[in-house]
Design a protein around this ligand. Structure first.
Ligand code: ZN
Length: 342
């Protein structure tokens, strides 16, 4: 089958590859329709590694996908050929200690698409466990299906935050994850969600989505948040930029007893101001991917409560997927999510 293969830093090609995938009795074979390009795909493309995950063998990229079921294993009852689906990309060991405790995203044995040495889904077909394959409701298209993955990250962060009705939340960074987190926070009952960025086009998109944009080139975040909350501060702050400047000052906009959720992954270790956190008795949460969020994400998109469509700003066909990556490395400021269509 044809696949987009990463050979080393900056080296990708569309190759004809042979992946020996047996259809187990609990698996489905899926024809891929849409794949979103993620920051992690771009990072592997540019650097050939993320931290200790190093691309040593040619690897197929991509992990945000939707498609059509072609074939089902003998004991798959709830999916059939022709079903439109999206796929959760991380497959844990079903009987590991972390999985049994409900934290399957933290299973050290988890196999996640396009995390070396596991091939991703930028290829014509994949075999995937039915348990991690979710039927798309009629109202949910393939593009939205591919965006369920980044939305799951936002929903997981919001779940960790334990938002209460009419809370004020702040999100740092208008990337895909910042925006999906902000939309999830609105859906969870926040009264207002402020979101920061330095790019006008992204702040305009945030405003269009019902969020309160904060241009941190001109506004001081803590001041803006205190103004918006009668001097009290935000109940929850989601750090979704991974930027050192944002993290340096993260507690200054937080209310007493508030919560900070760290979502963004800084490229290098960064210091955290413990005393600033203590002065507010801040609760600090972290997230790694997500668990148990796909059904919720699909229901929220199908109901219209969350609209992820405006996040898709650029589309390429699979035959142009090299161009898509070259673009996504240095995109125009307006770009949020670039997708590839088969
Ligand atoms: Zn992703």
């Amino acid at each position: 089958m044809k696949a987009l293969v990463l050979h080393g830093p900056g080296e990708i090609s569309i190759d004809d590859i042979n992946i020996d995938e047996q259809l187990g009795d609990k698996d489905v074979r899926i024809e891929i329709k849409t794949v979103g390009i993620c920051g992690s795909d771009i990072h592997y493309y540019k650097h050939g590694r993320i931290g200790s995950f190093i691309v040593e063998e040619p690897m197929v990229l991509g992990h945000e996908a939707s498609g059509i079921v072609l074939e089902t294993g003998s004991s798959v009852a709830d999916l059939k050929p022709g079903d439109r689906v999206c796929m959760e990309p991380g497959i844990p060991n079903p009987v590991s200690r972390a999985t049994i405790l409900g934290m399957y995203n933290l299973d050290p044995e988890v196999r996640f698409w396009a995390t070396p040495p596991v091939h991703g889904c930028l290829r014509e077909t994949v075999v995937h466990p039915a348990m991690f394959t979710f039927r798309l409701p009629d109202a949910v298209g393939f593009e939205e299906g591919a965006l369920i993955e980044p939305l799951a990250v936002g929903l997981h962060a919001v779940t960790k935050a334990s938002i209460k009705p009419w809370d004020t939340a702040v999100v740092t960074g208008c990337g895909t994850i910042g925006l999906t987190t902000a939309l999830a926070a609105m859906a969870a009952g926040c009264g207002q969600v402020l979101i920061t960025d330095v790019i006008q086009e992204k702040l305009a998109l945030a405003r269009m989505l019902g969020l309160v944009p904060v241009d941190v080139t001109r506004q001081y975040l803590a001041e803006t948040v205190l103004e918006a909350t009668g001097g009290w501060g935000a109940n929850v702050i989601f750090e979704a930029s991974g930027s050192r400047q944002a993290i340096d000052d993260i507690f200054s906009a937080l209310c007493p007893g508030g919560t900070v959720v760290f979502i963004g992954m800084p490229a290098e270790p960064v210091p955290v101001d413990i005393v600033a956190a203590q002065a507010r008795e801040a609760r600090i949460e972290t997230v790694f991917r997500y668990a148990h969020q796909y059904p919720r994400a699909l229901a929220l998109v199908a109901s219209g409560k969350i609209n992820v469509k405006p996040l898709v700003t650029d589309r390429y066909s699979f035959s142009d997927s090299i161009k898509a990556f070259e673009y996504a490395v240095e995109p125009e400021p307006r770009t949020v999510k670039t997708i590839i269509e088969f």
